[in-house]
Design a protein around this ligand. Structure first.
Ligand code: 13P
Length: 252
């Protein structure tokens, strides 16, 4: 099977003033328009999404939310729903990021609900999975990743992965400058694809599995060259237009 089209998604996390965001979105739009072949998306903080939508409309750069509510609407103070994100032109919503799991108590069941809420609104969920350092050292990486995948499979079935992206983000590699080696990442990506392939070969073959965790221009090419790595979910480096664009170009 030919390699799936690479997706490079920038997760800005809770960063960016209006002025910084204007400069960043503009530079990414120009750089991607100048001939990046990979699909590119940015996920700014909610409050900056209307601005991103206005700037990026008609460009090849897509945008998405970093999170969403499990509910469609109603008395859920402080929450943002899938239909609201879709209304502002979002294509994607990140679900189950390790920071949501660690700081906001989102477990695999909540994440599975968010995955379903995203799809119900016409968004493509980017489902994040990954182990902590203690879990890796205890040899439980595959068990942790399997548990997160299985919660979504139990709730929504294998067919739901026709319209989803998975991101393998080892917690120990996020924001630490410590990247998984291409071989370490590939091993987990192959495990993820294999687990889906046991249920449906075609779905497993088509789903994009991104790597996230200290990806930079300098290490992106080797990571993206692995058979089961179909792009990246980029944190810190997505806040610097030149660095982010060099990662996008490494995917070509
Ligand atoms: P860093 O690229 O800053 O390590 O963050 C990765 C990440 O969490 C993307 O969602």
């Amino acid at each position: 099977m030919s390699k799936r089209r690479t997706l490079v998604a920038g997760n800005w996390k809770m960063n960016g003033s209006r002025a910084e965001s204007a400069a960043l979105v503009g530079a990414v739009k120009r750089g991607v328009g100048a001939g990046v072949k990979a699909e590119v998306a940015i996920c700014p903080p909610f409050i900056l999404i209307p601005f991103a939508a206005e700037t990026l409309a008609g460009s090849p750069v897509a945008w998405g939310g970093q999170n969403l509510s499990i509910h469609k609407s109603g008395a859920y103070t402080g929450e943002i729903s899938g239909p609201m994100l879709r209304d502002f032109g979002c294509s994607y919503a990140i679900v189950g990021h390790s920071e949501r799991r660690a700081y906001y108590g989102e477990d695999d069941q909540v994440v599975a609900q968010k995955f379903g809420a995203a799809q119900a609104a016409g968004l493509i969920p980017i489902l994040c999975v990954g182990e902590t350092l203690a879990e890796r050292e205890a040899g439980t990486t595959e068990a942790v990743v399997a548990r997160s995948l299985d919660a979504v499979l139990a709730a929504h079935g294998i067919a739901a992965f026709k319209h989803a992206v998975i991101a393998y983000e080892p917690v120990w590699a996020i924001g630490t400058g410590k990247t998984a080696t291409p071989q370490q990442a590939q091993a987990v990506h192959a495990f993820i694809r294999g687990r889906l392939a046991a249920l449906d070969q075609a779905v497993a073959g088509g789903v994009r599995i991104l790597y996230g965790g200290s990806v930079k221009g300098a290490n992106a090419k080797e990571l993206f060259g692995q058979a089961d790595i179909d792009g990246g979910l980029i944190g810190g480096a997505s806040l610097n237009a030149e660095e982010f664009l060099s990662i996008c170009r490494a995917a070509d």
